[in-house]
Design a binder for this molecule. Structure first.
Ligand code: ATP
Ligand code: MG
Length: 203
């Protein structure tokens, strides 16, 4: 790179640094937030668990509710249960009773209500730093849970508690509620090219 271009590059980086420094200076609040990871692309649940592992690394106490029927245990949950064996890690999965396949509304509703009552307990416990509500969006989309009640309960949580919600088709009320919203786009997925779901990558 010649000297002129180097100087131009340095000046540009200096301007960029000033903008970034000013933004860092402006962000002074410390509080729990709501993170929504939505969209049709792969990476919502794995992103949420990445953040949860990050919190664990700082000695924080997360809780997890999974709002789907798991057909097989996923690597992220198995690993967590192995690591946290003996530790107090509140976890509830809507594993039994949820019957997408048989379309039994009453059984689904009972399972959704039970999962939500576990979530609601975590959402009023200030000793839980991070509440992961995996696939919650579908409970609202299909009206298994009341959107207004869910939003109200999340809003009323302890001020330092962070909530992560994942799932496609998030209702606008959830988008409004969230402080951070990431929408993962589905540009390509190996499954559509005939690659079978693989342990360690897809579950
Ligand atoms: P992951 O758990 O891998 O982060 P996700 O939470 O974004 O994925 P879900 O809709 O919960 O996605 O579906 C989970 C499963 O479906 C995973 O096995 C994932 O690989 C697969 N999957 C996710 N997105 C797509 C897609 N766009 N096309 C096909 N399969 C997908
Ligand atoms: Mg998911």
């Amino acid at each position: 790179m010649d000297n002129d271009r180097k100087q131009h590059h340095n000046a540009r980086m200096q301007r960029k640094k000033a903008v970034v420094d000013a933004a860092i200076e402006r962000a002074q609040d410390t509080r729990g937030i709501v993170i929504l990871i939505t969209g049709n692309g792969k990476g919502k649940t794995t992103s949420a668990f990445g953040t949860l592992y990050r919190a664990l690394g700082h000695g924080q106490h997360p809780g997890i509710v999974q709002f789907i029927k798991g057909t097989q245990p996923t690597g992220e949950v198995t690993f967590l249960q192995q690591c946290a064996a003996g530790a107090d890690l509140p976890y509830h999965a809507m594993a039994t009773g949820f019957t997408w396949n048989t379309q039994d509304w009453d059984a689904d509703k009972r399972a959704a209500d039970e999962a939500w009552s576990n979530a609601a307990q975590m959402l009023c416990d200030p000793s839980i730093d991070l509440v992961l509500l995996d696939e919650l969006t579908y409970m609202l989309k299909y009206n298994y849970l009341d959107t207004e009640e869910v939003v109200r309960t999340i809003r009323a949580r302890p001020p330092m508690q962070t909530v992560i919600v994942t799932g496609r088709a998030a209702r606008p009320e959830l988008v409004d509620l969230a402080d951070t919203v990431s929408e993962i786009a589905d540009h390509k997925h190996a499954f559509k090219a005939g690659v079978k779901a693989q342990a360690g990558i897809d579950f």
